[in-house]
Design a protein around this ligand. Structure first.
Ligand SMILES: Nc1ncnc2c1ncn2[C@@H]1O[C@H](COP(=O)(O)OP(=O)(O)O)[C@@H](O)[C@H]1O
Ligand SMILES: [Mg+2]
Length: 309
């Protein structure tokens, strides 16, 4: 099991339904390994077994077969639980509490002392972009704000690993971007995040590594940069040129060229959003992004087709 934060080894799970004990084979054999630091995505269509796999890690569901570990402890061992954070797929929060009061309450559940709750809540409300709305009751929050609050809540006890089930599902594009930015800030602060998603663009833009599953089986996985780089790089064309832009974009690119007021950079697929963020900060207009390689969507469709009936 080595130094992995999470490892699952050939996990199988059958649910039994109703009086007839009808079998629903949720997971037929999933293996994965997650290293410390970064964002790991468990990717698959609805019904692939993502939530079941997460519940197995959390000790809520017991596997029928297979082994695994979470933070160095075997599956089901409760001693790892206080070192984990969890955001369920459909979190429920008390609508009559303000964000501040709700975090205070959760902090007490975790057994944190008053000062620790205060300083940690304050930092997390900043990361979540909820500082100015922290006095509002959660009932007045938008879906996106609630989701960011949920992520803050999952991180309150400063967990070594935070597990999130579909953190962006049901959000509009702006809400998704705000959640994505929050996750990237948390990653940059050194957190280890394990999220499940069926949204390819989300996974492609924020995850460092992925495991793709379909119908309860592994399809493919690994560092996203390796999985997608097969057919090369993306080309981003921007308005404007300057030595400052060149210096800033060079480390993010495979190649940069500037001519006649236009900057063209070839960027590794997984780094496109980072380069676009840098371009936006530099105030450069976006002309085009051309895919010269297979996208996660292509990879996903190719690989899931191979494993379907
Ligand atoms: N509690 C349960 N009882 C019976 N079947 C379940 C239960 N939870 C999930 N399933 C079934 O297991 C399969 C995988 O579900 P799930 O893990 O929720 O997938 P995902 O999160 O990827 O959408 C689905 O066929 C689902 O219907
Ligand atoms: Mg699910």
């Amino acid at each position: 099991m080595g130094d992995f934060v999470v490892s699952l080894n050939n996990i199988k799970k059958v649910y039994r339904l109703g009086f007839s004990r009808r079998r629903v084979e949720a997971i037929h054999g999933i293996s994965l390994e997650i290293e410390s630091g970064g964002i790991f995505g468990l990717l698959g269509p609805n019904g692939a077994g993502k939530t079941t796999a997460l519940k197995i890690l959390l000790g809520i569901v017991f596997p029928d077969e297979g082994t695994g570990s979470v933070l160095g402890r075997p599956l089901g061992d409760r001693s790892a639980h206080h070192r984990l954070g969890f955001l369920p797929e459909q979190p429920y929060f008390y609508g009559f509490l303000t964000a501040e009061k709700a975090l205070n309450l959760y902090g007490k559940f975790f057994g944190m002392d008053h000062d620790a709750i205060k300083s940690r809540s304050s930092a997390l409300l900043d990361v979540a972009g909820l500082r100015h709305d922290s006095h509002l009751t959660l009932g007045k929050y938008s879906k996106g704000m609630l989701q960011r609050f949920g992520i803050a809540q999952a991180l309150l006890n400063d967990p070594e690993l935070v597990i999130m089930d579909e953190p962006s599902s049901g959000l509009d594009p702006l809400g998704q971007k705000e959640v994505r930015d929050m996750l990237l800030r948390l990653r940059d602060e050194g957190n280890t995040i394990f999220l499940s998603s069926h949204q390819l663009s989300e996974v492609e833009s924020i995850c460092d590594s992925v495991c793709i599953i379909n119908k309860g089986r592994n399809v493919t996985g690994g560092p996203l940069s390796l999985l997608l780089a097969v057919e090369g790089v993306d080309r981003i064309t921007l308005e404007g040129e300057s030595p400052e832009a060149l210096g800033r974009l060079e480390p993010l690119s495979v190649r940069v060229e500037q001519a006649e007021g236009i900057t063209v950079l070839d960027v590794e697929s997984a780094g496109v959003y980072r380069a676009l963020d840098a371009a936006r900060e530099l105030g450069m207009g976006l002309v085009s992004v051309e895919p010269h390689r297979r996208s996660l969507e292509d990879l996903f469709l190719e690989t899931t087709k191979e494993t379907s009936d």
